[in-house]
Design a protein around this ligand. Sequence first.
Ligand code: ZN
Length: 191
Amino acid sequence: MAKLYFRYGTMGSGKSIDLLKVAYNYEERGQTCLLIVPSIDDRNGVGKVSTRIGLSREAVICYPDTDVYKYIYELDKKINCILVDECNFLTKNQVRQLSDVVDKLNIPVICYGLRSDFRCELFEGSAELMAIADKIEEIKTICECGKKATINMRYQNGKVITSGDKIVVGGNELYKAVCRKCYKKYTGEIK
Ligand SMILES: [Zn+2]
């Protein structure tokens, strides 16, 4: 039976590397994967799964109004696995559509993404995946203090930002994965 997976982690936890590894394992067995990334801006029409270690691969872009079930249903070729990067940017509806891909087409769907944003609030896609995924798995990273990092802290000009726009295009360098306690130290909530 196919399953809907949500594999979440902070920025820099190696989610995209894991995704490409899974794709490689399928393809090594002669099977086909479809890679999907949500559009977070429309600067270009090319979707890509990029990793910090330099590996990258083209992916199909889905826009907020894309019906991903319909798109996959209408594909000519047989797909053995759907891999979604940055799934936190999916809409709630798209997560529901992906669950139909699992339940009606019997294709496993593995979604990789962040659980919450820099304001410590769930992303729409992640909230829905938390609600309905068959398997929820955490890809762990370590905070500078040695504890597990759970929060994507956002910087601007050396200061921690706790409000404002959810999406900033252009850089991991603005973020740091920390544990909740260190986050509170950075924001001044804990001395
Ligand atoms: Zn810490």
